[in-house]
Write a protein that binds this ligand. Structure first.
Ligand code: ATP
Ligand code: MG
Length: 519
């Protein structure tokens, strides 16, 4: 009996099909072109990395890492199957594998080995306990962590920084400008514009600071104008890219989130000082907030500002604002960012509620929204993250970058009709007769060489049927090859939009179509 399983794409994943994929290609090609003109080179990264990299870089307490990652154990092949060898042999193999580093020497694995050995002793010494001891033994053996814990990437900035360190890119001409594109994975609730496998196009500017100016990274005034200019150029680049794509209703929101400086004379300053005040203010209105926000007062007060709850909006508007609490250096950087954006003619809206929850994010944050997307209308998020490379054991390095949600960009283009799918074919060759097929094959080859999209039916069709097929495929011209055409070498070319028909000499065909299709 045939198995009736109906395979379907896994929830939150989807197939991208023609003709929409033509639009995806245009979105990607335009990114390559625009980013290239700003001196960015492409980096291609692995789809999975050590879980620890994301835990460290994205933050273990974030939703992304704590709930949304696809994590699995990367099992080695060296160990036998525990059900196929005697328990004592398997236990020895595990001990050896831990010693040689073949499987991770984690505390859990070492404890597990201790239990395995204990149950082995029970197995051998007490016959009446054998069944139970074996059950426990095999249960414990199944819980060994045999390989490194890896995760499908939920974002790519962590990988870019890992690669920067791994390849010693601090030794290259600074700054290093990289862009990437590809799928990301987060176990979220799927809805319009939100998927479990989605695609991002992103870019990062990384610059290792020389020891002499290393102090400047920690918030020095000297670098503020330079850093702000780098931030502004990155933003200008994304906005140029969106304009080139014809994305509609694009709005850029900016903010500064200060930096997480150590306390001065026992007093918290800049972001930490602000968070302290924010927390105190939130405590006072706690009763009027929803359960989520109440919880966040303790865990991550900045995230309360993200709230979309209607009932909380009036309260949030009255909370202290970070702009009033920036240290002098951060305030200077922010003022310079705005001046630099003005210089570049980039329009922006200041949005004091735009925040990032992680410590190494600092100063510039921005978000771009576009039309046609409903509530998932953010198409790009970005900001400065000077502490991240160092957090991953690299040298002190400044960083600024962004990630664009490609799925949402494509959706917005489709909704606003700037992304109507390209025409299916330029030319459909309708042929009848053996001799006509040979000519049609040569004509198809010549036209394809000239860059036209050509459909050549594999078998003879009556002209009426062929023209119907050409219409269905959205072809713009039909090239008709019958006995007449072959003998006179004058081909019939029919424009499908208005059925206008002309005879064109074989030698003129390519030039004729070039002229017509350019119109
Ligand atoms: P959102 O608030 O929409 O969840 P985010 O803050 O999680 O976004 P980032 O991690 O900054 O988003 O990622 C940058 C961009 O990637 C977002 O602006 C969005 O366009 C896109 N994006 C993020 N998550 C998804 C998803 N699950 N499906 C589709 N696009 C996504
Ligand atoms: Mg999200």
């Amino acid at each position: 009996m045939a198995n009736k399983t109906k395979f379907q794409a896994i929830k939150g994943t989807r197939d991208l099909l023609p003709p929409e994929t033509e639009l995806w290609n245009r979105v990607e090609q335009t990114a390559r072109e625009v980013f290239g003109t700003y001196g960015f080179g492409e980096i291609r990264l692995p789809i999975f990395e050590a879980t620890e990299l994301f835990a460290r870089a994205v933050g273990g307490e974030t939703d992304i890492v704590s709930k949304e990652m696809y994590t699995f154990e990367d099992k080695p092949s060296g160990l036998p199957d525990p059900s196929e060898v005697p328990p004592s042999d398997y236990t020895d193999a595990v001990k050896h594998a831990i010693k040689t580093g073949q499987i991770p020497a984690t505390v859990k694995n070492r404890n597990t080995v201790a239990v395995l050995e204990f149950q082995l002793a029970n197995l051998e010494a007490r016959p009446e306990e054998q069944e139970r001891a074996y059950l426990i033994w095999s249960h414990m053996a199944g819980g060994l962590q045999l390989g490194e814990e890896v995760s499908l990437r939920p974002e790519a900035t962590a990988s870019v920084c890992r690669a920067y360190i791994e390849h010693g890119m601090h030794a290259l001409a600074q700054p290093v400008k990289l862009y990437y594109m590809g799928p990301m994975f987060r176990r979220e609730r799927p809805q319009k514009g939100r998927y479990r496998q989605f695609y991002q196009i992103g870019a990062e500017v990384l610059e290792t600071v020389q020891p002499a100016s290393a102090k400047a990274t920690a918030g020095g005034a000297k670098d503020a104008p330079k850093d702000a200019a780098v931030d502004a150029e990155v933003i200008e680049m994304v906005m140029t890219y969106f304009a080139r794509l014809g994305l509609e209703g694009v709005q850029l929101d900016i903010n500064s989130i200060g930096h997480s400086a150590p306390a001065v004379d026992g007093k918290n300053v800049c972001r930490r000082g602000y968070v302290e005040k924010l927390k105190a203010a939130l405590e006072k209105v706690k009763d009027k907030l929803g359960a989520d926000s109440q919880r966040r007062i303790e865990t991550n007060p900045l995230r309360v500002l993200d709230s979309k709850l209607e009932s909380e909006q009036g309260i949030i508007e009255k909370l202290p604002r970070i702009g009033d609490h920036l240290c002098a250096e951060c305030a200077k950087h922010y003022a310079e960012l705005k001046r630099q954006l003005d210089l570049r003619g980039v329009a922006y809206k200041e949005n004091w509620r735009l925040v990032r929850g992680l410590d190494y994010y600092m100063r510039t944050t921005f978000e771009i929204t576009a039309r046609g997307l409903g509530s998932q209308n953010a198409v790009c998020g970005g900001g400065r993250y000077d502490g991240l490379v160092q957090l991953l054991e690299g040298p002190p390095t400044k960083g600024v970058g962004f990630a664009i949600g490609e799925d949402r960009v494509v959706l917005s283009l489709l909704e606003t009709k700037n992304g109507s799918a390209a025409q299916g074919r330029d030319v459909y060759i309708a042929w009848m007769g053996e001799e006509a097929q040979a000519t049609a094959i040569r004509a198809a080859r010549d036209l394809r060489q000239a860059g036209f999209r050509v459909e050549l039916p594999p078998v003879e069709q009556k002209f009426g049927k062929a023209l119907g097929q050409a219409d269905k495929l959205g072809a713009r011209y039909a090239l008709i090859l019958g006995e007449d055409e072959i003998s006179t070498e004058q081909w019939t070319v029919k424009r499908l939009a208005d059925s206008k028909q002309e005879k064109i000499a074989k030698a003129e065909l390519v030039e004729f179509l070039k002229r017509e299709l350019m119109k």
